[in-house]
Design a protein around this ligand. Sequence first.
Ligand code: B3K
Ligand code: ZN
Length: 870
Amino acid sequence: MTGNPQRKYRADYQAPLYLIDSVDLSFDIHERATEVTARHAVRRNPQAPDGNQAWRLDGRDMRLLRIAVDGRELAAENYEQGETALWLSDLPEAFELTVVTEIDPDNNLSLEGLYRSGPILCTQCEATGFSRITYFPDRPDVMSRYTTRIEADATRYPVLLSNGDCVASGDAGNGRHYAVYEDPFAKPCYLFALVAGDLGVIRDTFTTASGRNVALALYTEHGNEDQCHHAMASLKDAMAWDETTYGLEYDLDSFVIVAVASFNMGAMENKSLNVFNTACIFAHKDTATDGDFARVRDVVAHEYFHNYTGNRVTCRDWFQLSLKEGLTVYREHQFAIDHGSPGVTRIEQVRMIRDVQFPEDAGPRAHPVRPESYVEMNNFYTITVYEKGAELIRMMAQMAGRDAFTRAVKHYLDKHDGQAVTIEDFVVAIEASAGLDLGQFRNWYRYAGTPRVSVHPSFENGRLTLELAQATPATPGQDDKPDFDIPVSVALFDEAGQVVREPEILRLQQQRQSFVYDSLETEPTVSALRGLTAPVRLEFDQDEAALVRLMAHDSDPVSRWDAAQSLYMATLKQAVVADLHGQDLPKLGQGLIDAISVLLNDPPADRALLAEMLTLPSTIQIGEAFDAIDVFAVEAARRHVKRAIAARFEHELTRLADGHAPTGDYVFDQDSAGRRRVFALALDYLATLDTAAVRERARSIYEAADNMTDRMAALNALQNLPGEEREAIRADFAERFADYPLVMDKWLRLQAATEDGDAVARVRDLLADSHFDFTNPNRVRALVGGFVRGNPLAFHREDKAGYGLVADEILRLDALNPQLAAALAGLLAPWRRYAEPYASGMREALARVGEAELSDNTREIVSAGLGEGG
Ligand code: B3K
Ligand code: ZN
C-alpha cells in the first residue's frame, strides 16, 4: 500500500538490463517461516541500453535475510531498498546472485505469491506474485531455466510439486523430506509454481501423436477424488484436440493439475503444474450442473492450450496480455464449438460480449485490448482483454479462412518459440503467413469503445442498396476514434425464407459505404452481422415481419436467435417506456405471438437452441438500450413480458415441460443437457404464473432429481415464490450439501437473490456468520456478487442499504485481498450509466470507499469510477 500509486505506460518499455539464464530455488518450509534461497546466473543484456543504471529487483512483504554477488555479501549500503523493490548498482557483466528471503505463507491472505489454501501450500505468481517470494525482476521478458528444491515436513506435506520433471527426492532427516524439480523450458517467473500438501490424487496417461507417454495427475484435498474425473477426461480431450487441430503436442513427460479451494480466479497455466480453483475442476452429477460441467471442460482446455499460446511464446510486457489471453480464449472457443452445439456455443459467446464486454467498454474502465497504461496489472485481466481480444482473433481468422489462419498461428509459434513478444509481432506473423493487410485492423488494438454500425437498406427496380455507417463513442482519455476495419456478414432471404444471396463478408472501412445487390425479383429480407462478425453494436431498424421471417428461416442458428432477441427487445423497450411514464404495460404484439407459436410448433432439433430462442434478453441487455438505466422499470418490463408469454402459452409450455421432464440416468452430453435446459426454462416461465401445480411440480422434481441440474431448475423456479415448497427444498439442500462448499455457494446465491424479506439484512447476517469464510473468494463472490447481480431490486433499493453493504465489504476485504476488493469496487464504478436516484447512491458509496486508505488495486478502480482520471 502506497499513498501514491505509480502508473506504468506501454510507451515506456525498456529492455531488461540483465538476463537471468538459470534460477536455482530452494524452499525450506517451516511453520510461520519459509526460507527461500535463490541463486541466479545473471548476465548483462546485450540489447539493454548502455549506461550505469541501477538494476531493479521487485520484492514486497518479505524479509530479506541475505543478498550476495558472486558469493560476496552485500551490506545495506551497497543497495537501495524501497517498499516494493531493491536496486543494485556497479555490477559485473556476468555474476551469480544469491538472495535469501523469509516469507510467511500462513499469513498471506492476498492469495498471491506462496500462500495457504486449507492444508495446501500453493503459489500464484501471475501477474507479479513472484516478487512476494524473492527479489527478482518480476517481468515476463526475463526468461530462465528453473531448478526447484522443496523441503518440508513429510507428514504434513507428503506431496511436493514444482514445474518440470522430478529429478531427485528423498529423506531429509528430522521427519522431513525433499524433492527437486527441473524445468527444461525457459520461462518467465509468472509461470513458476510450487505446491506442498497432503493431497488425494487421480492419475491417467496420454500418449502423444509422436509416441511420448505423458503421466497425468490431478490432486485435490482428500475425499474429492470422485469429483475430478470429468476434468481429467477434459484434459485428455484438450490434448488430443490441440494435436488434431493445431498439430501441437505436449512437450514434457508429466502434466499435473492441483485444485485448491482458495483462489482468486479460475485457474493458472503454470508450466506443467496448473493450479485451479476447485470450482473449475469439480464436476459430479450430484453436485455440479450442466453449466458447471461445461465450464470445467473449457477452463481445463484453456489452461492446457496456454502451454503453447502463453508459455512457449509469452508476452514481452503486461500490456501485451491479450497476446496470450485473446488467442487462448479464441482457441478455447473453437474447442467448445467442436464439443457442443456450434450455434448455441456461439450464442453464449455473443451474449457474453454484449452483456459484459460492451458495458465495460462503455463505462469508466473502458480500455483498449492492448492498454496504454495501468497502475495495478491485476485490474486488467478483463473481459475486454480476454473476450474482445478473442473476437479480434476471430475476425482475423475469418479474413484468412480457418485453415490459413491455423497455419498462420503455427507460423507465429515457430517463429517466436521461446521468446517474449508483442501483439505487433503476432499481427506481423499473421499478415506474412496469411497474406492479409491488417494495417487499419490494428486500430482494434489501439482504441477502446464499441463501434456502432448502422444499416440502411433501400430497394428500387430490383436493386438493393445497403448503406453501412460506423461511429464510435468517446471513452475515457480517447475522445476521437478512427474508422475501424469492420467485417459485416450479410445474407439475403426472400418472403418464403429461401436464401437469395449466400452469406458474404462486407468490409466496412470508412465512415460510410454503400454495397449494391442487383437482379433481385422482390425486396429481400436482410440478415446482417450474422453470428456477430465484429464486436460492434448493430443499429438496424427491421420491421417485425422481417424479424419473424429470420427467426423462422435464417440458415444460421445464431441469426435466428438474434432475430428473436430483436423481436423481444422491441416489446421490452416499449414496456420500459410505458413503466417510466406510469402507463399500463403493453400487451404482446401479434407478430411476437406468431413467432413464438411457430417456434413452439416447429421447434429446432437442437434443444438448447430452442431454450435460447425462448429466453428473453437479460436485464443488462434491456438496460443497455437506454441512456440511463432505470433498474426498477427494466425489471418490471422483463417480468411483465415474461409473465405475458407464460400466460399466453401456458398450455404449450406445460407440454414442453412434460415432454422434457427428467427421465433415465444423468449423462452430460449435448442432447441431454439441451433437454434439461428446455425443461428448466419451461418451468421457469410457468412459475411466473404462481399456480399450485407449478409449486408442486418444482418440489417433486427436486425430490426425484438424480442430478444437480434438475435440482437447481426446481430451486430457481421457486426463487421468488416464498412458501412451504420453497422452504422445504431449500432446507433439504442446505442439509444434504452442508459438506460441499461449492454447492453451498449455490445456496448462498439463492439466499442473496431472494427478493422477499429484507435481502440486505439476510446477506449481512450470512456475511457475519461464524461459518462464513470471507478469506475464500468463491464464498464472497457467491454472496456479494450473487447479491448485486442476482438481486438488482435489493441492491438498488431506495434506502441505499444495498450500496452500503457492498462498500462495507470492499473496505473489509481491501487490506486482506486487494484483488478481490478491487473486483467488488468494479460493481459500484459504472454508476454514471444509471438513472437517478441509483446513480447518486452508487456514487456516494464509491466516494465513501475512496475516503479510506486503499490498496493500489482498489484505488485504481475507485478513481476511475469517480472520474479522477489518470
Ligand atoms: N493467466 C491466468 C490469469 C491470471 C490472473 C492474474 N490476476 C489464467 C488464465 O487466464 O488462463
Ligand atoms: Zn488464459
